[in-house]
Every structure is written in C-alpha cells, then in structure tokens.
Write a protein that binds this ligand. Structure first.
Ligand SMILES: Cc1cc2nc3c(=O)[nH]c(=O)nc-3n(C[C@H](O)[C@H](O)[C@H](O)COP(=O)(O)OP(=O)(O)OC[C@H]3O[C@@H](n4cnc5c(N)ncnc54)[C@H](O)[C@@H]3O)c2cc1C
Length: 420
C-alpha cells in the first residue's frame, strides 16, 4: 500500500471498497488489468462487515470477506488506498485523470498492537461501525478482520489536547499525529463507481418515534446488537437497560414504498427481518417475534428462507402497515392497519426494530458523467460507458446479486481497456 504521493496508471479505477468494489477490482485484475481501488474508510469490507450473518446460508460475513482479502493480498495488480476520496475527475471515457486525497492514518505502518494501551484512551467518539449504539476510542482497530490490518486514529482527535497528551505515552512511538494528507493521481480508462448504500434515516419517520426511545432501533443497528463483536457481545438486549426483551416487533417498509420517503422497495428488508427473527430466537428461545408487513417480498431463492420461518411458532407474521409507534410507560405501543381489511391492531412490545431501506450513496454524492435515475441510482447503459455504477449504486441488492453485478463491471472494464 503506497505511503508516498504517486502518479499511477491503471486501466481501471474502482471507487468504493465494499463487497462490490473489491470483487470488481479482484476479478478485473485476475483477468489481466492493473487496478487502483479507493476506499473512504480505514478498512475495506463496507457494510457487509457489519452484518452478524448473511442470508441465505447464514454464514458470518468474515467468510466472504476473508476470501476477498486473501485474493487481494496475493494480487500485485490491485493497488489499494484506504482513507481515500476522489477530488477531481478530468478527461473522458478511455482517458481519465483522477486526482484523489488519502487522509493520514496517524499510525505508522510498523506500529505495534495497541489492544491494551488503547483501553486507556480518554477520548471517544460515536462508533459508526456500530451505527452509533456505543462510543469508540479515538485510537481504534476497525474490526478484527480489517484490511489493511492496521490501527487508526480518528482524525478529530488530532487537535484534541487531552488525546495529544495521552498519545505522548505511546509504548512504541508508533503514532504520528503530524502526518499530512497526500494527493495522488491515476490515469485510467474506466471508473467503476461502487460507493454502495446507506440506511434510510429513521429520524425522518416521525410517527415511528425513532430517537424518542432507545429501544426503538433500526435493522442495521439490530445486526450489531446480535453480533458477537457488537456492543452487547451478541446478546439480544434492550439498549435502555440491558434486560432481555420478551416481545419484539419488526416494522417492515419503515419509510420504504412511500412517496414521502423512499418510493421503492429495497427487496432485501423482509429477508433481513426474517433472518433477524432467527437471531432473536437463538439468543432468547422464550421470546416472541412479531413482524408487521404490507406484503412479504422474498424474491427468488429467498422464498425458501421465508417458508421455513412461516412454520416457526414464535415468529408471528401480521399483514399490517404500521401507522404509529409510541412509547407507552415501560413498553412500546405499535398500531398497524391491516392492508386488506383496514382493521386496526394495537399491541405492546419491549423492543421495536425498524426495517429501513437502502438508499444509494450516489443519491448523496456522484461524479459528473454518471447518469442517475429519479431515486439516485446509477443508470446502467447498453454500451460500456467510461464511468459506471456497480452493486448497490445501481439498485438495492443482496450480496449474491452484488457479486454478479461486480463481475459484470469487471467485464465492462475489460471491454473499455480493449476499445481505447
Ligand atoms: C439490515 C440489512 C441486512 C442485510 N443482510 C443481508 C444478508 O443477510 N444477506 C445479503 O446477501 N445481503 C444483506 N444485506 C445487503 C448487503 O448489505 C448489501 O448487498 C451489500 O452491503 C452491498 O455491498 P456494496 O459493496 O454494494 O455496498 P457497501 O457495503 O455500502 O460498500 C460501499 C463501500 O464504498 C465506500 N464508499 C462510499 N463512498 C465512497 C467514496 N466517495 N469514496 C470511496 N469509498 C466510498 C464505503 O465506505 C463502503 O466501504 C442487508 C442489508 C440490510 C439493510
């Protein structure tokens, strides 16, 4: 991984180091192309790294990620930059010059293991790996399988006097708080834009009371609550007091298929909630799970996944669009309307999980030259274009479909490399 400013040349630049970007980079390079891969965070892996298990096989994400990290380690044709952001794209299809900045990690490449020392770090910030459920030390290791396997200092800490004083006690002198950003350029023929998705902001859903009670969480937060490397060590607990919830409600289409929020269906939220219902029952066999849905959408092979859970007595499926969630003393009152009969149902729960949808990162930030549809997804063109979306930039997808799309992106890069 380069540490000095460079002028690079590679037929393919991939922006975004989630499962889509990594796969596109690896496959294009294994087919013969030099590739530069940029990731904004301190580690590759994207949002898959934050899942507990992934359907349909319910294996931990480390399986798929480790395979990709090994392929990258063994591959001299992919140059990876983490903490990297594109500044400028100039030129045209077949001949781009892209300028990007790599932020400092503030930890030297040969630094030691700070597991014990970092526990004493006095400065903490909201932990975005755990979707804000807990705080993280300003000196941290992103997660146990992180790639590259390196510590990092949160950039906000570099100007914090308390942190700076503490950092002077670094046991091996491995911190470098004076490190500066570096600017690099890469000349490339095509650009695969794989910046992924973000959870729809549940704070926009006034009637679902997110933010008004800590036991109302989102589906991405629930992945972290169930994960052994998450804030509760994998025990399903109420964030408010750490007690075990006896009755949990999953609210489907929280903001999805709604003209005021996300007008589209993300396609994976129903399967994600059914998966999370299994997390609950594995952790708390006595608990009850209630899922409120408009209609259950589990396309393709996920239909089997749905069928299996329909037979589980403790998973209760209710046809009902949730109209309101209200804190009600110690519990949370959920009101839903049956979408066929119009009848209202009301019940009390210990915890509520909002199944929010996947919003494309391109709806917030996209390069010039990448055509977007009305929801901010990248439009796929018939002809290979110079800049093209990959994975969940194109539509909401599960991992298996994301991998297929990434393989397609690698093929587009090969075509562009040959044409120009
Ligand atoms: C609650 C929930 C549960 C899910 N469970 C499953 C499951 O069990 N099975 C399954 O198959 N799918 C599941 N999914 C879907 C799965 O998370 C996605 O398929 C997967 O994350 C898509 O990968 P990606 O690489 O397209 O995007 P991401 O994972 O979002 O990766 C994008 C990467 O790009 C980086 N990036 C963003 N902007 C920039 C930039 N400007 N410059 C550089 N880098 C940038 C990001 O930091 C990130 O690393 C679930 C989704 C949700 C909401």
């Amino acid at each position: 991984m380069p540490d000095t400013a460079t002028n690079l040349e590679a037929p393919l630049l991939v922006v975004g180091g989630g499962i889509a970007g990594m796969t596109a980079a690896i496959e294009a390079s294994e087919a013969g192309l030099e590739v530069v891969l940029l990731e904004r965070e301190a580690t590759l892996g994207g949002r898959v790294a934050k899942l507990f298990h992934y359907f349909p096989k319910l294996c931990p994400p480390s399986c798929g990620l480790e395979i990709n990290f090994r392929r990258l380690r063994e591959n001299p044709n992919v140059t990876v930059f983490t903490l990297a952001d594109v500044d400028k794209i100039e030129g045209e299809a077949g001949n781009y010059t892209v300028t990007f900045t790599v932020k400092p990690r503030y930890v030297k490449p040969d630094a030691g293991d700070y597991t014990e020392w970092a526990k004493e770090c006095p400065v903490e910030y909201e932990d975005d790996f755990n979707y804000g459920l807990v705080k993280r030390k300003a000196l941290y290791y992103p997660f146990e399988n992180a790639y590259p396997p390196r510590w990092v200092v949160d950039e906000r800490a570099v100007n914090d006097d308390e942190f700076k004083t503490w950092a002077q006690g670094c046991p091996d002198g491995g911190l470098d708080l004076d490190a500066q950003p570096e600017t690099h350029t890469v000349k490339c023929k095509s650009i695969a834009w794989a910046t992924g998705w973000q959870p729809y902001d549940a704070n926009n859903l006034d009637l679902l009371a997110y933010g008004k009670h800590t036991d109302i969480v989102t589906n991405v937060q629930f992945e972290r609550i169930a994960a052994p490397n998450g804030p509760t060590g994998g025990k399903v607990q109420k964030p408010s007091d750490g007690s075990e919830p006896k009755k949990i409600a999953f609210v489907q289409c929280a903001g999805s298929r709604d003209e005021n929020h996300l007008p589209f269906c993300s396609g994976i939220c129903c399967a994600a909630s059914l998966k999370q219902a299994s997390y609950v029952l594995e952790s708390l066999p006595e608990a009850e799970v209630h899922m409120f849905y408009i209609d259950v959408r589990t396309p393709g092979r996920l239909e089997d996944f749905y069928q299996d859970r329909q037979d589980v007595e403790k998973i209760k499926l209710h046809r009902g669009k949730v109209a309101k969630v209200e804190p009600n003393g110690d519990s949370l009152k959920v009101t839903a309307e049956n979408t066929l009969t119009g009848k209202l149902m009301t019940d009390d729960f210990d915890m509520v999980v909002l199944a929010t949808g996947m919003q494309p990162a391109t709806s917030v930030h996209a390069p010039d030259g990448l055509e977007l549809d009305e929801n901010g997804f990248a439009v796929q063109t018939d002809e290979p274009a110079g800049i093209y979306g990959v994975g969940t930039n194109v539509r909401p997808l599960g991992v298996a479909e994301t991998l297929q799309d990434a393989t397609g992106a690698a093929m587009k890069a090969l075509l562009m490399a040959r044409r120009s």
